[in-house]
Design a binder for this molecule. Structure first.
Ligand code: ADP
Ligand code: MG
Length: 276
């Protein structure tokens, strides 16, 4: 129990992995809700045209709703599009609508096309402890905008065969963005998701990820849980859908770890060599 320390500066965490179905959206919304329940003010930015994070937070995102598309493409202030989440105090969301699918192409011809999200977040005047950005499963301009907008990359890894496949490409992109656009960028957090402790495979994958990464990997794993997968269809996170479930408790614990360890140092961080 007890409230968690709040960061001195807003921590912008980019939830990325260009593989689909690894738990990016699930982690974004549940970690955001967990941090808010621990007393933080948290903004979720839905950067996936599917809008799954908006849905899971119970946020209206039909085609006419002001959305992150308007922010990125039409310079609309973030404050115009942010909505409070209905169920959790201190939790907010900038929703994605279907027109975000076109933004990937529309951004190409705009000035400062890589830093439009960064500028929008910097201009946002409401106090925030955390911004969590749910990335699409690709490494295009939307994800580049996310990588420019914050310092911390959070990679959810599904405890399955080929868990590390494709990660090398993401890590190289993180290196490129750090080298050219955002010197503060680093992988701060790895979270193992859909962990089934009864299988040898899950523990083998967990061991492999821990030996590749080490200190970035949270001690808490997220279990595979039906309650976690059911919650979005009720427009809820698992934290309100089933507060005492193992999924809920694990996201609360992951949030606690993230808050307590603060922003890990970035000096001389060597990226592990992941083969893919
Ligand atoms: P991504 O955003 O990376 O594509 P999602 O978060 O949408 O991945 O998760 C993919 C699918 O797996 C969804 O149907 C989601 O409900 C389910 N899922 C995610 N995490 C868990 C979990 N811990 N236990 C059970 N199902 C999960
Ligand atoms: Mg997703």
């Amino acid at each position: 129990g007890g409230p968690l320390p709040r960061p001195e500066q807003t921590r912008v965490m980019i939830v990325a992995n260009q593989k689909g179905g690894v738990g990016k959206t699930t982690t974004t919304v549940n970690l955001a809700a967990a941090l808010a329940l621990h007393g933080a003010r948290v903004l979720v930015i839905d950067l996936d045209p599917q809008g799954n994070a908006s849905t899971a937070l119970g946020i209206d995102h039909h085609a006419e709703v002001p959305s992150i598309y308007d922010v990125l493409v039409d310079n609309r202030p973030l404050s115009d599009v942010v909505q409070p989440a209905p169920d959790v105090e201190g939790l907010f969301c900038a929703p994605a609508t279907i027109d975000l699918a076109g933004a990937e192409i529309e951004l190409v011809s705009l000035v400062a096309r890589e830093s439009r999200l960064q500028r929008a977040i910097q201009a946002y005047e409401q106090p925030l402890d955390y911004v969590l950005i749910d990335c699409p499963p690709s490494l295009g301009l939307l994800t580049v905008n996310a990588l420019v907008a914050g310092a911390e990359v959070l990679i959810p890894i599904q405890c399955e065969y080929y868990a590390l496949e494709g990660l090398g490409q993401l890590l190289r992109n993180v290196d490129l963005v750090r080298g050219h656009l955002n010197p503060k960028l680093h992988v701060s957090t790895i979270l193992l998701t859909m962990y089934d402790g009864r299988t040898r495979l899950a523990s083998q994958v967990a061991d492999e990820v821990r030996s590749h990464f080490g200190a970035e990997v949270l001690r808490t794993n997220i279990p595979r849980s039906v309650r976690i997968s059911e919650a979005p269809s009720y427009g809820q996170t698992v934290l309100t859908y089933d507060p005492t479930s193992s999924g809920s408790l694990s996201y609360l614990e992951a949030a606690r770890e993230i808050a307590l360890r603060g922003v890990p140092g970035t000096a001389g961080q060597a990226m592990p060599d992941v083969h893919d």
